[in-house]
Design a protein around this ligand. Structure first.
Ligand code: GMT
Length: 376
C-alpha cells in the first residue's frame, strides 16, 4: 500500500506513535509518506520506503494567524496526487482530521477517492477538542473520517460522551518497539548516581495536565526519607515553575534536567521508578516505554492509565493529587528487598502485551478493509 501519515512532529506521544507506525509500515514493505511542518523527532529519513514532506506556510502581513490547515490540506492533495497514495492516516484530530476532510473533498472534485483514518490520541478530545472554539469542527471531521480509532477504551468512551458521535470508534492501543528498550549499562547509571542511590524519572511535555508540581512534591517526600535522584526529561510551560520549586526546597543538587532528550531509552534504562501523576491521560505512552525498560510506574488512576498499568503488580495507581500515597508507593518499591526488580519484570511482561507488530498489523488490516470497501 501507499500510505500518507500526518502528525505533529513534536516529542508528544501522538507524534512518537505516528512516526514509529510509519517506520513499521515501511519495514513491512509499504511506501510511507509522512507529512508535517517539521521533521518528526524520531523519524529516520534514511529508512527505505519512508519519505518526509514538509508543510510550508506562506506568511503574509494581513494574517494575524498563519493558515496552517490550508497549507496542510494543499500538501496532502499534492502528495496524494504525486505519490499516488491509497490512503491517508491522520494522528491527533486537531487540525489534522479537518485538513484531511478538505483534502479529500478537493481530491473528490478531481475524481480521486481516498479513505481517511483518524486516530484520536487524548487531549485532541478531552482538553482542546471539547473547547467551544473547536468542538463543532472537530466533531464534524471525526464523523466524516472513513474510520476513527482511539488509543484506549477510556478515550473511546470520552469521545462518545463529549461528542455524542454516531461513528463507530475502534480501539487500537498504542504500542512499543520492545527491541529499543531494556536495562542499561552500570556506566550510564554511575554518571547520574555515582553513590548508587536509586533514580526516579519523569518524562513529559511539562504541560499543566501532567501536574508537574506533584512530581516535585512526591520527589521531595521520598527525598526526605531516603537518598534518591530525580531525572526530568522534556520541556514545556510548567518547567520554569518546577525549577523554582526545586530550588526553593533545596533539592537542586539531586535533580538532573535533560530537556528534550533524544536519548530517552538510555535514561529509562538506568531508572528505578517512573512517575506519572497526570490529571488525565488517555493512555500514557511514556509510561509504557518505561515499563518496556523494566521500570515500575507510579501514576494516577485516571483515563486510560489503568488499561496499561495493573495496580500493585506492574506499578501503583493513586487518586489524582494524592502525592502522599504516591510517595509511599515509591518508597515501598525502593525499600522493599527485591520489589523493584520483581515489579520491573512484571512491568516488562505487561509492556509485551503492547508489542509493535501485533498492534501495527491491526492498522494494516484496517487499511486493507477500507480499500476493499472502496473498491466494491
Ligand atoms: O498532551 C499530551 O500529553 C500529548 C499528547 C500527544 O500529542 O501526544 O498525548 C496524548 O497522546 C499520547 C499518545 O497516544 C497518549 O499516550 C497520552 O496519554 C495522551 N495525553 C493525554 O491524554 C494527556
Amino acid at each position: 500500500m501507499r500510505i500518507g501519515i500526518v502528525c505533529h512532529p513534536t516529542f508528544g506521544g501522538s507524534g512518537v506513535l505516528a512516526t514509529e507506525l510509519a517506520a513499521y509500515l515501511a519495514q513491512q514493505g509499504h511506501s510511507v509518506h509522512v507529512i508535517s511542518y517539521a521533521m518528526p523527532a524520531r523519524l529516520d529519513e534514511l529508512q527505505p520506503d519512508l519519505y518526509f514532506h514538509e508543510v510550508q506556510v506562506q506568511d503574509y502581513p494581513l494574517f494575524q494567524y498563519q493558515p496552517y490547515e490550508l497549507a496542510l490540506s494543499s500538501m496532502m492533495v499534492q502528495v496524494v496526487q504525486r505519490e499516488k497514495l491509497d490512503l491517508l492516516h491522520v494522528h491527533y484530530a486537531i487540525p489534522h482530521a479537518y485538513a484531511a476532510y478538505m483534502a479529500r473533498k478537493i481530491l473528490e472534485d478531481q475524481g480521486v477517492h481516498i479513505p481517511v483514518v483518524t486516530t484520536l490520541h487524548g487531549t485532541d478530545i478531552t482538553l482542546v477538542g471539547k473547547h467551544p472554539s473547536y468542538k463543532p469542527a472537530v466533531c464534524f471531521s471525526i464523523e466524516h473520517s472513513s474510520a476513527v480509532t482511539a488509543v484506549s477504551e477510556s478515550l473511546r468512551r470520552d469521545t462518545e460522551r463529549i461528542f455524542s458521535i454516531r461513528h463507530r470508534i475502534l480501539v487500537i492501543p498504542n504500542f512499543v518497539d520492545l527491541n529499543r528498550y531494556g536495562r542499561g549499562s552500570s556506566d550510564d547509571r554511575s554518571k547520574i548516581a555515582p553513590d548508587g542511590v536509586p533514580i526516579m524519572v519523569h518524562v513529559s511535555n511539562f504541560r499543566k495536565v501532567k501536574r508537574i508540581p506533584d512530581v516535585v512534591d512526591v520527589f521531595a517526600r521520598v527525598r526526605s526519607q531516603i537518598p534518591v535522584r530525580l531525572i526530568m526529561v522534556g520541556d514545556g510551560p510548567e518547567r520554569p515553575r518546577a525549577e523554582e520549586d526545586i530550588e526553593a526546597r533545596g533539592l537542586h543538587d539531586d535533580v538532573r534536567w535533560m530537556g528534550k532528550s533524544t536519548d530517552v531509552e538510555r535514561i529509562l534504562a538506568m531508572s528505578d521508578v517512573f512517575l506519572l501523576p497526570s490529571e488525565s491521560e488517555s493512555f500514557g505512552l511514556a509510561a509504557l516505554e518505561a515499563m518496556a525498560s523494566y521500570v515500575p510506574v507510579v501514576a494516577t488512576n485516571s483515563g486510560g492509565i489503568p488499561e496499561v498499568i495493573d495496580h500493585g503488580h506492574s506499578g501503583f495507581l493513586e487518586a489524582v493529587g494524592d502525592t502522599e500515597a504516591m510517595a509511599r508507593d515509591v518508597l515501598e518499591i525502593l525499600t522493599t528487598p527485591g520489589l523493584r526488580d520483581a515489579m520491573g519484570q512484571r512491568a516488562r511482561a505487561k509492556a509485551e502485551q503492547f508489542a509493535m507488530a501485533p498492534v501495527g498489523n491491526q492498522y494494516i488490516e484496517l487499511y486493507q478493509k477500507l480499500l476493499h470497501e472502496q473498491a466494491r
